[in-house]
Design a protein around this ligand. Structure first.
Ligand code: SAM
Ligand code: SF4
Length: 335
C-alpha cells in the first residue's frame, strides 16, 4: 500500500511553515514606547478573544498541516488568566515538539513555578536595560525589580534556554549594550538584540532610531571581547547567534531591518482575536474565529490556513518606498 506524505504548508516561494506564534491577549501591564501608546490603548473586548479550547482546536488542525513549534506571546501573555492550562493542552498535542513563551517577565515571580509545572521550559524574557530609571522611561511603568527577580527564579527552576530580548532603539539601548553583554556572560542567558521595527502604536519609528546589528556587534567586540558566530546555527532562525571568543556568553542579533531574513521565514501567526497573519508586516488577515464560531469544520479551518500561506509575499519592504505600515501595532499582532 502506498502511503501519502504528510501535508506541509509550503508557500509560493518554497518556504515550509512549521512554526506558529499565538497571541493570547492584546492586553499588557506595561507600555513600551515602541509597541503601545502611553495612554488609552484600544483593547479587544473579552468575547472577541479566542478561548483556550478554540486555540487548542486551531493547533490540532495546523499540527496536521505540519506545524511543530509554537510560541505564546501577546500583548503580555501572563496577564491572561490560567495560561498554564493552555500550556498543558498544547503540550498534549502529539505533533508539537517545541513550546516557548515570550513575556515581559513582570508576573514571573508569581507564575514561573506554575508554568514550569505545566511543562514549559523555553522562555524569552523581555528586558531592554539594566538601569531602573531607563526601564521606567521605556516602559512608562514600574516593574524592573520584578523582571530581574523573574529571570533569576526561572534560572533556579531550571528553565532552559532563557533568552533576554532587548529592543535596539536609538537613544535608549546604546548605554545598555555592554552591561547586557556582561549580564549574558555572568548569568548564562542569551541576550538578543532586536532591531527596532516600524510597529509602534505612536508612529515614532524612523530609520535613524534603529540601532543596527553591526553597531551592536562592533561595540560588544571592542568593549568586551570579539564575538564569533556560533557554529551549526539553524539557518531558519531569525537570530544570528554569536558567542564571545572565550566561549562565555551568548548574544543573538535579530536584524529584521538591516538584514531581513524573509527568505528563510517559516512562521505564521494567530492573533488573539482569531486572525491568521502570514507575516508580522502583513496587511491582509484571514479569519478563523468566524469559521469556528459558526460551526465550521476542521477542513474549513485548514483551507483558510493553506490560503493564508499561499498568499504570503516574498518579504517585508521596510527598506523600500513601497513599505506600508500594518494597521495593527505590535501589541495587537503578537510579537
Ligand atoms: N509582552 C511580551 C514581551 O514584551 O516580551 C510579549 C509580546 S512583545 C510584542 C514581543 C517582543 O516584541 C518583545 O520581547 C519585544 O522585544 C519585541 N518588540 C515589541 N515592539 C517592537 C518593535 N517595535 N520593534 C522590535 N521589537 C519589538
Ligand atoms: Fe507590553 Fe511586550 Fe508591548 Fe512591551 S513589548 S508594551 S511588554 S506587549
Amino acid at each position: 500500500m502506498t502511503q501519502t506524505a504528510p501535508e506541509k504548508l509550503i508557500d509560493s516561494f518554497g518556504r515550509v511553515h512549521d512554526n506558529l506564534r499565538i497571541s493570547v491577549t492584546d492586553r499588557c501591564n506595561i507600555r513600551c514606547f515602541y509597541c503601545m501608546p502611553e495612554d488609552n490603548p484600544e483593547f479587544m473586548q473579552r468575547e472577541e478573544i479566542l478561548t483556550f479550547e478554540e486555540i487548542e482546536r486551531f493547533v490540532r488542525v495546523v499540527a496536521r498541516l505540519g506545524v511543530r513549534k509554537i510560541r505564546l506571546t501577546g500583548g503580555e501573555p501572563l496577564v491572561r488568566r490560567n495560561l498554564a492550562t493552555l500550556i498543558e493542552k498544547l503540550l498534549a498535542v502529539p505533533e508539537i515538539r517545541d513550546l516557548a513563551l515570550t513575556t515581559n517577565g513582570i508576573l514571573l515571580p508569581e507564575q514561573a513555578a506554575e508554568l514550569h509545572a505545566a511543562g514549559l521550559r523555553r522562555i524569552n524574557i523581555h528586558l531592554d536595560t539594566l538601569d531602573a530609571g531607563r526601564f521606567k522611561l521605556i516602559t512608562r511603568r514600574d516593574g524592573f525589580e520584578k523582571v530581574l527577580e523573574g529571570i533569576f527564579l526561572c534560572k533556579r527552576l531550571g528553565f532552559n534556554p532563557i533568552k533576554i530580548n532587548s529592543v535596539a532603539a536609538r537613544g535608549y539601548v546604546e548605554e545598555d549594550i555592554v552591561p547586557l553583554g556582561h549580564f549574558a556572560r555572568e548569568h548564562g542567558v542569551e541576550v538578543r538584540f532586536i532591531e527596532f521595527m516600524p510597529l509602534d502604536a505612536d508612529n515614532r519609528w524612523e530609520r535613524d532610531k534603529v540601532v543596527f546589528a553591526q553597531e551592536i556587534i562592533d561595540k560588544l567586540s571592542s568593549e568586551i571581547m570579539p564575538l564569533v558566530p556560533v557554529p551549526d546555527q539553524d539557518p531558519r532562525a531569525p537570530a544570528s547567534e554569536f558567542m564571545f571568543e572565550d566561549g562565555v556568553g551568548r548574544i543573538g542579533i535579530i536584524a529584521s531591518v538591516s538584514r531581513p531574513f524573509c527568505m528563510s521565514c517559516n512562521r505564521i501567526r494567530l492573533t488573539s482575536d482569531g486572525k491568521i497573519r502570514n507575516c508580522l508586516f502583513a496587511i491582509d488577515e484571514f479569519d478563523v474565529k468566524g469559521i469556528m464560531r459558526s460551526g465550521g469544520s476542521d477542513e474549513e479551518i485548514a483551507e483558510v490556513v493553506r490560503r493564508a500561506v499561499g498568499a504570503k509575499w516574498e518579504g517585508h519592504e521596510i527598506n523600500t518606498a513601497r513599505f506600508i505600515k500594518p494597521p495593527r501595532p505590535m501589541y495587537a499582532i503578537g510579537g
